[in-house]
Design a protein around this ligand. Structure first.
Ligand code: PLP
Ligand SMILES: N[C@@H](CCOP(=O)(O)O)C(=O)O
Length: 462
């Protein structure tokens, strides 16, 4: 199994190489050269299996010989043993034909744990084997950072630096990143918004002296292994509702396009997905692009679903690569245009995107109203991101095709917004009850590449 860059100018890599590399050296993102297809009877055979076994069967073809079957099974078992629900990703019915996939039972209460717990184990196994050390950098609007810190804290072979936008994450998210005491964890609060943090991370990957000097690795969804781990719950939930004998649709609260791209991969693998619906908050660049073909970032507006406050959506590049017939040059051209303001997707590529994706937008009042209404009618207390998904899903229900909305975070990560909307304060699980009493450790950094690189070099030299 080989991985190729979306910009066509970087060397092809194995799964393990792509995982440890993060961003391709031409600035692109790695994708499988070919997506393996699962036969309908192999999909049907997933019914009733434990989540871990579904994970093994779905991901195995992408791993090549990077890990043996026994190693990979053991890694998967360790990754999910700390989840607070036996089903890992339970499905709850919200109404006729509408289901919620609860992805927030992992250690940091967001869907990121599904991938991050797995790649924490994969990195550890690969680094032990090679005896190497790496410096992980990540940008976060709140959830990737806490999940990465939880997965990598205390690991000898890794220093982990997480850039989050100062003042723009929830207090629970911030404390999850700033309270771990392990010395290999470094929370950095950047002056700017998420897009700035993500741009600086990509700049570090494109600065080869720095990249090679500190052995840079990435854990954002630029890392293919992140996306792959998320493909699994599309299979697990669709099979629970009757796939492959029946089609299902998914609505996905979307920001960086990683989670919904995982659904797109599941569809390419043969899972009968009818529609993949992109749900955005008021930072609706993806909805606008799919509606009008124009991709023009116009500034991030802070919202009550802060993890989706993104205008430069990293994984959209992977979807564009396919939509442009895997033409790396065309993608590189679009990304150059993005640097100078934005781009317009060609009619052919737009049509290709619309074959898979629908989209919708949910504003702040609608988000609050959805949290309140769902709590009153179903008893389900949604986080604001999941509420965005539910509202957009309701507008896209189709008779005869079950809709699964991804619930991407636990309401307790966003207690202020949830309480304002529903009048209920969602408590943290008991294991996190002392989160507000723990000491915080964070470094404020300017939105300046050289300053951030200097700080990282100094910290890892200690
Ligand atoms: C709670 C939550 N919902 C939705 C999203 C959007 O997911 P993606 O960036 O994969 O589109 C994020 C951030 O990634 C998130 O943290
Ligand atoms: N919403 C994310 C943003 C980063 O996304 P990623 O999936 O590319 O890591 C967050 O919570 O940090």
């Amino acid at each position: 199994m080989k991985y190729v860059s979306t910009r066509g100018q970087a060397p092809d890599l194995t799964f393990e190489e792509a995982m440890l590399t993060g961003l391709a050296r031409d600035g692109g993102l790695y994708v499988p050269a070919e997506v393996p297809v699962m036969a309908a009877n192999d999909i049907a055979a997933l019914a009733g299996l434990p989540y871990e076994e579904v994970a093994f069967r779905v991901m195995r073809p992408f791993i090549g010989d990077s890990f043996t079957d026994d190693e990979f099974r053991a890694i998967i078992a360790r990754a999910y043993e700390g989840f607070g629900h036996a089903a890992r990703a339970p499905l709850v019915q919200l109404g006729p034909g509408h289901f919620l996939l609860e992805l927030f039972h992992g250690p940091t209460l967001a869907f990121k744990d599904f991938a991050m717990q797995l790649i924490g184990q994969l990195f550890q196994a690969a680094l032990e084997r090679s005896g190497q050390r790496v410096t992980i950098v990540g940008a976060t609007s709140g959830d990737t950072g806490s999940a990465a810190i939880e997965a990598f804290r205390g690991l000898d072979a890794v220093d982990v630096f997480i850039l989050y936008p100062h003042g723009r994450v929830s207090e629970v998210q911030r404390r999850q990143m700033t309270t771990p005491a392990e010395s290999n964890v470094h929370a950095l609060a950047i002056d700017g918004h998420f897009d700035d943090a993500q741009a600086r991370v990509k700049d570090m990957f494109n600065d080869f002296d720095f990249r090679d000097g500190v052995r840079l690795a990435g854990v954002n969804s630029i890392n293919w292994a992140r996306v792959l781990a998320q493909v699994v719950y599309y299979f697990a939930s669709a099979v629970e509702l009757g796939a492959p004998h029946r089609k299902v649709s998914f609505t996905v609260p979307t920001g960086n396009f990683g989670d919904i791209f995982a659904g797109y991969i599941a569809r390419k693998m043969g899972l009968p997905i009818d529609r993949l619906v992109v749900a955005t908050n008021q930072n609706d660049i993806l909805h606008r692009c799919l509606s009008t073909s124009e991709y023009m970032p116009d500034g991030v507006i802070p919202s009550i679903s802060p993890s989706m406050d993104i205008q430069v959506s990293s994984n959209f590049e992977r979807a564009l690569f396919d939509a442009y017939g895997r033409d790396g040059k065309a993608v590189a051209q679009l990304m150059d245009e993005l640097k100078s303001g934005g781009f317009r997707v060609s009619q052919g590529a737009l049509q290709a995107l619309r074959e898979h994706f629908d989209s919708g937008r949910c504003d702040e009042d609608e988000t609050r109203a959805t949290i309140k209404r769902l709590q009153a009618t179903t008893g389900e207390l949604l986080c604001p991101h999941s509420a965005v998904g539910v509202k957009v899903a309701e507008e896209n229900l189709k008779p005869g095709v079950p809709m699964i909305t991804l619930a991407t975070a636990h309401p307790a990560k966003f207690p202020a917004a949830v309480e304002e909307a529903a009048g209920i304060h969602p408590p943290l699980p008991p294991r996190m009850a002392d989160l507000y009493d723990r000491d915080e450790r964070v470094t404020r950094v300017p939105n300046d590449l050289a300053a951030i690189e200097t700080l990282i070099r100094e910290r890892i030299a200690k």
